[in-house]
Design a protein around this ligand. Structure first.
Ligand SMILES: Nc1ncnc2c1ncn2[C@@H]1O[C@H](COP(=O)(O)OP(=O)(O)OP(=O)(O)O)[C@@H](O)[C@H]1O
Ligand SMILES: [Mg+2]
Length: 373
């Protein structure tokens, strides 16, 4: 039995359809992350799960029970909103304890819960303040504390860390991960942060325009995307998309990438990754998807043992990030981003030999944008 099941949920605001028959199911203890561009319907879906907005059609089941027409309180959910509203006249302590008080939890237990979450969220020193006396990030942590003080069936978090500074955000991310590992609660979590999505999720749902395009493990959505949208949305910097012609040479497929004024780059397609669909595309244009990390600087010491396809290009931009270096260089008619090691000594304007790991490349249909290999 799923902890949460959404069956063909539709939500219209007037004549605008915001959720277009969304279905998904998650197991008890699963950490599901919802991602997608602004306005795609993430918060609307969260509000529907919480019971804050009635759905137009479809069903919502929690632990196998149809809750579609239940009130938020009946659903036993704790939620942190994107626009976290705290009770302005109450102190931080009272805000955190309020949900417990409503559920008639004894005073001692309430106090213990407040201490526990305040400690976790590093807000113990703020317990006697009012929300107006807090910074945005502090308020957000209080809103988080209010949810975490309870032990509901499901936690819903809508961008709970968006107002925190980079360092605190990373700390909180780790705390949430630990908390999930310890308590094994079911969590649905919205974020715009790629790293948050990849590190926290058991599964990721990529939404676009009221639909879920792909629901899979972080590894699946990142390495095995169903279409160009998912491929381009996950990962930063984004996947490079190149126009190439698919050719069949002897027994193997290869991709020809033409560049004006330069020799064509020929990229052999690994046999292990051939798909039946490719046969229809021979002689036609396809979209080749290569992530920045599929490129590496040629290492001459490896000699014949080096893997991947060699090519060289004149680097246009060098951007050191600290841990690695991002390069911009022409490949085909476009410029691509390549991620190389921090020791790469190339300067802008100089040629560099690179290898492409075709074993991780993906192909798409240029019209439908669906994956073909
Ligand atoms: N109460 C409402 N009335 C009318 N339209 C609404 C209402 N609430 C949301 N919408 C519209 O529904 C769409 C989805 O909004 P939603 O808040 O779910 O997006 P989101 O994915 O959470 O975006 P963001 O990442 O910016 O938070 C938007 O086009 C929004 O304008
Ligand atoms: Mg939102």
């Amino acid at each position: 039995m799923s902890a949460l099941e959404i069956r063909e949920v539709r939500k219209d605001f007037g004549s605008t359809r915001v959720l277009k028959d969304v279905s998904l199911a998650i197991d008890s203890g699963e950490f599901l992350i919802l991602v997608g561009p602004s306005g795609c319907g993430k918060s609307t879906l969260m509000n529907a799960i919480a019971g804050l907005e009635p759905v137009t059609s479809g069903q919502i089941l929690i632990a196998g029970k149809d809750v579609t027409w239940q009130t938020p309180a009946e659903r036993d959910i704790a939620m942190v909103f994107q626009s976290y509203a705290l009770y302005p006249s109450m102190t931080v302590r009272q805000n955190i304890a309020f949900g417990l008080e409503m559920r008639k939890v004894p005073k001692r237990e309430r106090e213990e819960a407040v201490e526990r979450v305040a400690d976790l969220l590093q807000i113990s020193h703020l317990l006697d303040r009012k929300p107006s006396q807090l910074s945005g990030g502090q308020r957000q942590r209080v809103a988080m504390g209010r949810a975490l003080a309870r032990e509901p069936k499901i936690y819903l978090f809508d961008e709970p860390l968006s107002n925190l500074d980079a360092k605190l955000r990373v700390e909180m991310r780790t705390e949430i991960k630990k908390l999930h590992q310890r308590l094994g609660t079911t969590i649905v979590y919205v974020t715009h942060d790629q790293i948050e999505a990849m590190t926290l999720a058991d599964s990721i749902a990529v939404m676009r325009d009221g639909h879920i395009l792909q629901l899979g493990t972080p590894d699946e959505v990142y390495n095995d995307p169903v279409d160009m949208f998912v491929a381009g949305f996950m990962g930063s910097p984004s996947m490079n998309f190149l126009t190439a012609t698919l050719e069949h040479e002897a027994v193997d497929y290869r991709l020809r990438v033409s560049t004006q004024g330069e020799e064509d780059v020929l990229l052999p397609w690994p046999q292990a990754h051939e798909t039946p669909a490719m046969a229809e595309y021979v002689g036609r244009k396809v979209v080749l998807g290569l992530r920045p990390e599929h490129f590496s600087e040629e290492d001459e010491r490896l000699g014949e043992h080096a893997e991947g396809t060699l090519f060289s290009a004149r680097v246009t931009v060098v951007e050191p990030t600290g841990a690695d270096i991002l390069l911009r260089l022409p490949l085909g008619e476009k410029e691509v981003t390549a991620r190389v090691g921090p020791k790469c000594r190339v300067a802008a304007g100089k040629r560099l030999a690179l290898r492409i790991d075709m074993g991780r490349a993906v192909l798409f249909d240029p019209q439908t944008e669906q994956r073909l290999a």
